[in-house]
Every structure is written in C-alpha cells, then in structure tokens.
Design a protein around this ligand. Structure first.
Ligand code: AHG
Ligand code: MN
Ligand code: MN
Length: 350
C-alpha cells in the first residue's frame, strides 16, 4: 500500500466538510483532472506521436496555434461537455463561448481555461501547463453568453493549474489555501505532496522578459533597475533572475521557493493592455498566489478586483512575494501622480 493522500480522497474529504455540498463540484474537479492527465500523456509523448509543431492556424488573438494547443483544447471539451456539471466553457483557443450541447445535461458552473500555457516551449521540452478557473453560472441561465463569464477574479469558486514538467504537478485552491499534488505515473493518481503551500513575503528572485525593457513604463524600469543594481544599488542586496516563458512554470517556482513575476503593460501596440489574458491566465494564478499569502496586481489595482470587459481581455500581471508586489504598485502610483491625468485607469481599457 502506497503512502500519501490521493487526489480522489482529498476532494471527497473536502466535500464532507461542507454538509450542504451536492458533490457536483467534486465530480467536476475530478473530470478536469482526468482531462489534464490525458494532456500530460500527449505532451509527454509529443515527439513520438508527431503532435509537436505549428498547426498552421491562428487563434482569436492572432497567435499561431500549435498542434498541441488544439489537441489540449479538444481533450478538455470532450472530457467535460458530457459531465452535466457545466453550463458553458471558454478557452484561449476558442473565439466564442462554448455552449454545452443540448444532448447533455447542463450544470451550475462555468469553466474557463488555457489548455496549454507556454506552448512556444513544446519543441524545446521545457515545462508547460494547463490553467483553469471555475465560476458559478448566474442563476437561471442555462445558455450562458460572454457576459455571464465576465466576472471579477474574486468570484472564482476554484482555480488551478497542472504543470507538465519533469514531474506533473497539480496545484489547486478553492479559497481555503493552496494544495499541491504530484502525479504518480504508475497508478495514474495525483498524490498530495505539497499541502498548504505558502510563499515567503520577501524574495531575491525576479522573472521578467528583459528583452522588452525598452518598451516598459518608468515604474517597471525603476523597479528592475534597482534590483539589477544589486548590493550596490538602493536595495542593498543581490537579486537573481529567471524567465521560462511559461507562466505556469514561473508561478510554480514562486510557490516552491518565492519570487516575483512581472508581465507588465508596455509600449508595443499588442501589449498595451498587457500580454496575459485576464480570465484564464491572470485571474486563476492571482487567486492561487493570494491564497498562498502572496499578492497580485495590475500595477495599479488588485488584479482579482478587475471587472472584465471581454472574454479575451489582456491585463498587466505582477504577482508573487507580497512585499515586492506592493513596492511595484507603489512605484506605479508614484509615477501616475507625477504625470497625473496621462494614463486612464486600467479598467477603462477596451
Ligand atoms: P500561451 O502559450 O498560452 O500563449 O501563453 C504564453 C504566455 C505565458 O505563459 C508566458 O509567461 C508568456 O506568454 C511568455 O511571453 P514572451 O513570449 O513574451 O516571453
Ligand atoms: Mn497561456
Ligand atoms: Mn495557451
């Protein structure tokens, strides 16, 4: 008999603590995790089964889709549409909301997901992942439209990701802390390996794509200049940098050993409102980070409080160690004060 709490046992025990629970949420989570195991297998065997490389198509955001982006999206849809727990889904790889076909029963939840985050890394065998966020479908709605998905991150019922790295990890929150699991490939079950994850308030490690430096706003330039100056600069200590180009891997590193991750808005036309997507990247990750004791901001406001304006809305993301995130926010506020009136509040961006 192997040691360790299986994911199945974990979610059933969690369910028992909520007497009024119907079990619907538990079954939904279980179905999501089964889909991710399938994606994990596809990613793992990618080079052998010829599913790497570009699909020669573009998603709604004009990004070239990888074959694995499309396959992962299909796996999620097929694993979940029949379940009866969802009223609708939305994904990075689909322009519009995906309604549950009428041949299946409808449930009370909505699911938003990034089927494969960091997919530019598939050919180079660097960690990638699936990110998901569960929302409640507004009362009385059985055919949800885009508006029903436009809920601020504070309304998430659950958020999680599965990281396909040297090991496959599942990290999850439903608002009572963060728990991490590792896939035992032999038995096909996730095992609770990282209960009650918390991240240190301080850090000396930062993650940002330095090649965008010339496009940054002054607040970000100031913060990065200061940390790069190390012990000779105003921070008086050395910092270290990391950039994986898979948000899932960056967030996982921060949960394991601390740090700050920044993908700020910048002067490039397509990054003017940020690079990452609010509903299926920024919100779930911010929920997890906050639940682990960290913080997440757009630079100007708490990320989870942003009212989404559209399904594929982008947003600046700064998350991780609380003290550092608060410092970056302060730098933004000071910068904005200096050039009062120049920049509209983020929530007004279309
Ligand atoms: P996706 O593969 O889902 O499009 O997301 C990639 C994201 C994110 O994971 C990562 O942090 C960032 O894009 C990388 O951006 P750069 O290419 O600018 O480094
Ligand atoms: Mn992504
Ligand atoms: Mn993606």
């Amino acid at each position: 008999m192997r040691k360790g709490t299986t994911f199945t046992r974990f979610i059933i025990e969690e369910q028992r603590r909520i007497p009024e629970s119907t079990g619907e949420f538990t079954l939904l989570l279980s179905a999501i995790v089964t889909a991710c195991k399938e994606i994990s297998d596809d990613v793992n065997r990618g080079q052998l089964i010829n599913v790497l490389g570009s699909a020669e198509s573009e998603n709604v955001q004009g990004e070239t889709q990888k074959k694995l982006d499309i396959i992962s999206n299909e796996v999620m849809i097929k694993a979940l549409e029949w379940s009866g727990h969802l009223a609708g889904m939305a994904s990075e790889e689909m322009e519009d909301v995906y309604p549950i076909p009428n041949r299946y029963p409808k449930g009370k939840y909505l699911l938003v997901f990034d089927p494969l985050d960091g997919s530019s890394n598939t050919e180079v065998n660097v960690s990638i992942g699936t990110i998901f966020s569960i929302l409640r479908c507004p009362d009385g709605i059985t055919e949800p439209t885009e508006d029903d998905f436009l809920q601020p991150g504070t309304r998430q019922v659950c958020a999680g990701y599965v990281l396909y790295g040297p090991a496959t990890n599942l990290v999850l929150t439903s608002g009572q802390g963060v728990n991490g699991f590792t896939l035992d490939q032999d038995i096909g079950e996730f095992i609770l390996t990282h209960p009650k994850l918390t991240i240190p308030e301080k850090t000396s490690e930062f993650a940002i794509n330095m090649s965008n430096q010339r496009h940054w706003e002054p607040a970000i330039k100031r913060y990065i200049d200061e940390v790069v100056a190390g012990k000779d600069g105003p921070r008086g200590r050395n910092f270290n940098t990391r950039w994986v180009a898979s948000m899932v891997a960056e967030v996982h590193r921060i949960l394991m050993r601390g740090g700050i991750f920044l993908y700020p808005r910048d002067g490039r036309e397509n990054v003017h409102e940020g690079r990452l997507r609010l509903l299926y990247e920024a919100n779930p990750m911010s929920f997890i980070i906050e639940q682990a004791g960290g913080a997440a901001t757009t630079g100007r406001e708490r990320l989870l409080s942003v009212q989404p304006g559209k399904l594929h809305q982008r947003i600046p993301v700064i998350l991780g160690a609380r003290e550092e995130v608060e410092r970056v926010t302060r730098y933004h506020l000071e910068m904005d004060k200096e050039r009062e009136g120049d920049i509209p509040p983020h929530r007004q961006a279309s």
